[in-house]
Design a protein around this ligand. Structure first.
Ligand code: GTR
Length: 440
């Protein structure tokens, strides 16, 4: 239980002190690291239904026309940064197709989405497994960390060529994918199970869109939109998470052209930093039908004003390029942040959203993730939709909620077969599909 918390902490010495005292001041501008409920300082959540000038929103129309645009603007300028209005040129090219994938149950195909502006082009490599079906199928779309080849043990998948995160257990030390990594995250992706439930799997590597490093800006899609003479975005313009989310929308642009899938039933999902990305993608792109956040933590589903585990100061210090420049104003000053993450979930209303936490993943603040999902409820209620009735964290390994779903899985910071069973059941229910029973 402690391992993840300690390894995620940037200062083990400080963390050890904390283990004894529960709270202490970390170095730099990171603020206190809290890992005990009794040490959480008091905080006040903004009411999503009160407008910037203090008026109460009481109908779905007022929400859509008044409050949604206000809140979106705040998230754009203060948290993730706004994506460019300029439309790039897109072209789609199928680079491989095999209709005997997964023992003949699926069609595997790879599509290059080429994104270009007058400043250059960036190719994005989308991998798809589509179950054989007479009609278009729903899709589970998510970004991966280490290249498409990790999601399934299938030699037919092209090894990623993009910059990827180094990973000791995969022997990746030079930011390049290797053969050893093939199929290494099969259990996290559950491709066969997802296909068995009648969903296509679609994925691409986040590093294809933009490398996950401070230098990534000059190699990814954001560089295609820099104004002349600029080397970095303005303080209210997109960070890397904004770019990854934008890339998910480009994948959806392709899916809309593919007759084998139902682009009106695309579930956008992600784990951890890519879970933050999935929520932002769903908030900014109403074409996504459902959003799933797996252990997304700070800057994702977890509340920012609740000081527990990773905080705004810590995340900005470790990953200064993930959010927009303005977000740095709130490092250790969460109380002046004009929004909180329950309002990010509310921006997705009335579409279904599922938030999942893990018992050992204290760094991501499971209770903060639950409270965020719970407190988006009043906005869903405007649409006549039920969120989460429970007032407190449910017992582990129980899925709760209706149009907003939630579970706290026993275990670590990862995506497991248990998580997938909940996501598949949730999507089957909201897409009115006949549920397929789980494979033991
Ligand atoms: C951690 C980061 C978290 C989370 C995680 C991940 O280092 O502090 O916010 O995003 O990485 O993406 O695995």
């Amino acid at each position: 239980m402690w391992q993840r918390f300690l390894s995620a902490s940037s200062n083990i010495g400080v963390a050890l002190v904390l283990a004894v005292f529960g709270i202490n001041m970390a170095c730099g501008d990171e603020g206190p690291l809290v890992k005990e409920e009794s040490k959480v300082p008091p905080y006040t959540l903004p009411d999503p239904l009160i407008t910037n000038d203090g008026k109460r929103i009481t109908t779905a129309d007022e929400w859509r026309n008044i409050r949604w645009p206000e809140l979106m603007r705040l998230f754009e300028t203060e948290v993730y940064g706004r994506a460019p209005a300029e439309k790039p040129k897109l072209s789609f090219k199928k680079t491989s197709e095999d209709d005997g994938a997964l023992g003949g149950k699926a069609i595997r195909k790879e599509v290059t989405i080429d994104v270009s502006t007058k400043r250059g082009h960036v190719p994005l490599h989308l991998l798809l497994y589509v179950p054989k079906s007479k009609s278009p199928v729903p899709v589970m779309l998510g970004l991966n960390f280490h290249g498409n080849q990790v999601v399934c043990d299938d030699k037919g998948i092209a090894l990623a060529k993009c910059w990827i995160l180094n990973e000791d257990y995969l022997g990746i030390t030079d930011h390049r994918a290797n053969e050893k990594s093939r199929g290494s995250q099969t259990s996290n992706w559950q491709v066969e199970e997802v296909v068995k439930h009648g969903f296509a799997v679609a994925t691409m590597c986040c590093g294809d869109i933009e490398p996950d490093s401070p230098a990534g800006l000059s190699q990814g899609v954001r560089t295609l939109f820099l104004r002349d003479g600029r080397t970095e975005p303005d303080a209210d313009e997109w960070g890397a998470i904004g770019a990854w989310a934008w890339g998910l929308s480009r994948a959806l642009d392709y899916l809309e052209t593919d007759p084998q899938v139902n682009a009106k039933q695309v579930v956008v999902w992600g784990h951890s930093r890519l879970g933050k990305t999935a929520l932002w993608a769903a908030a900014t792109d109403p074409r996504f039908a459902i959003a799933i956040s797996n252990n997304s933590g700070c800057g994702g589903a977890a509340l920012s004003k609740r000081i527990f585990g990773e905080t705004v100061g810590r995340i900005n210090r470790a990953f200064p390029y993930w959010f927009c420049g303005n977000f740095h104003k709130y490092s250790q000053h969460e109380e002046i942040l004009p929004v909180d993450q329950h309002e990010l979930i509310a921006l997705i209303a009335p579409r279904p959203v599922y938030v999942a936490s893990a018992t050992n993943d204290l760094w991501a603040d499971p209770r903060g993730e639950f409270l965020s999902a719970k407190n988006a409820g009043p906005v869903y209620a405007l649409f006549g939709k039920r969120g989460i009735d429970a007032d407190d964290l449910p017992a582990p390994d129980r899925s709760i909620g209706d149009v907003i779903g939630y579970h706290l899985r026993t275990g670590n910071h990862e995506t497991t077969a248990f998580d997938w069973q909940q996501y598949l059941a949730f999507a089957e229910r909201h897409f009115s599909m006949t549920p397929v029973s789980a494979t033991k």
